[in-house]
Design a protein around this ligand. Structure first.
Ligand code: MRU
Length: 370
């Protein structure tokens, strides 16, 4: 079966690796439409920045690193309008449009810091352009930056996988929540990179995937990814994790992250906090796997992390079937914050931070990083 890429910049000249005026002008963002999985494998194509915004908002592309990459390409798509109808814009118009497009994309989802990190990186690349550059050449440089963000994320995944796999033993049962795999990143995932790497090393592992209410990223995406890689997986309703831990079937928990504060408090998919509490109660190690791009060292702790609240209909009427009475009050936060004290270690591309303390985080990431 043809391998679908989570994200891909496609051009009508077909020169995927080339970054020139034609690759910029005719480019569009293709992404696996994750809302259709696992029943349908199809790409969505974004030719306008509003489509990129909607793809992020609707979770056609989701997972913190993937959102950042999509947004970086989204900036390029937003800049294409500068050249509509053969216009020749000025550099002042280039910077004005760049501000407009980055602010717009930043309004799509609030929690995953990778989105803001990628947009900041695109803007700071633009600020470093030579004063004599043409708008068209400036756009080519920004497309090259988006591609660099995309490429670098693949490397991060592999490094996290290698560090994380040192925590896995032959025969382990491993629990995860939501989807922090290939679909959520450029390549191999964060938490799931650990499973893929351990599996490749020949360790026999068994994965337990929480289904992850309300949008079922665990059921639809993680169990699908495990099967694609030939890793044995058992799907659980979220409420079953404590029992399975008590039965002694779980040796460790690995989850991804959307934003990690300077003290290690970690925002991830709603329900992660409950899993961490259960893991603590059953003395099961609980690991977060995330690249440095997911840390927000401007926040002293997790209380400042903005938590996205989503449409109540996702709970009342998930996947087209009403399961609660009309008019019932619904609370639908998409993320929660797991306090650092419940986290055994954070696996990054630089190594494993354990114990999770402000000092250890600063040491590994370098406090000057942001
Ligand atoms: O709402 P989602 O599906 O974007 O939430 C995703 C998660 O919570 C992931 O665990 C997180 O982004 C890490 S992805 C490597």
């Amino acid at each position: 079966m043809k391998k679908l890429s989570t994200l891909q910049w496609e051009t009508s000249v077909g020169a995927l690796g080339k970054v020139d005026e034609e690759a910029f002008r005719s480019g569009r963002l293709c992404l696996i439409d994750q809302t259709l999985l696992p029943m349908e494998r199809a790409h969505a194509t974004c030719r306008e920045v509003a489509q990129v915004w909607a793809a992020i908002k609707k979770l056609q592309v989701r997972g913190a690193p993937a959102i950042g990459i999509a947004a970086a390409y989204g900036v390029c798509i937003g800049l294409q309008t500068l050249f509509a109808d053969g216009r020749t814009p000025s550099m002042a118009e280039f910077y004005e449009r760049l501000d407009e497009v980055t602010a717009y994309l930043a309004s799509s989802r609030p929690t995953a810091v990778n989105l803001f990190w990628a947009l900041d990186r695109m803007k700071s690349r633009a600020e470093r352009l030579p004063g004599t550059i043409s708008p068209e050449k400036a756009c080519v440089r920004l497309l090259a930056e988006a591609k660099a963000i995309h490429r670098e994320d693949k490397v991060l995944c592999r490094k996290m996988g290698a560090y994380g796999a040192t925590l896995v033993s032959d025969g382990d049962g491993l629990l995860t929540h939501c989807n922090a795999g290939g679909l959520a990143t450029a390549d191999y995932g964060t938490a799931l990179a650990v499973f893929f790497t351990a599996h490749k090393q020949g360790k026999k592992i068994h994965v337990f995937a929480d289904e992850t209410r309300p949008l079922l990223q665990g059921a639809r995406l993680t169990s699908w990814e495990m099967r694609e890689h030939g890793i044995p997986v058992t799907l659980l309703c979220d409420s079953m994790a404590a029992l399975v831990m008590r039965q002694g079937k779980i040796n460790a928990v690995f989850v991804g992250a959307d934003r990690i504060a300077a003290n290690g408090d970690t925002a991830n998919k709603i329900g992660t906090y409950s899993v961490a509490v259960c893991a603590k109660a059953h003395k099961v190690p609980f690991y977060v796997v995330a690249p440095s791009t997911t840390f927000d060292l401007t926040l002293r702790n997790g209380s400042g992390i903005p938590i996205e609240e989503r449409d109540p209909e996702e709970v009342r009427c998930g996947f087209g079937k009403q399961t609660a009475p009309d008019g019932i009050e619904i609370y639908n936060p998409a993320f929660d914050v797991t306090p650092a004290r419940l986290i055994t270690g954070i696996v990054t591309e630089f190594g494993i931070i354990s114990p999770v303390t402000r000092a250890n985080i600063a040491k590994i990431l370098g406090s000057e990083k942001r």
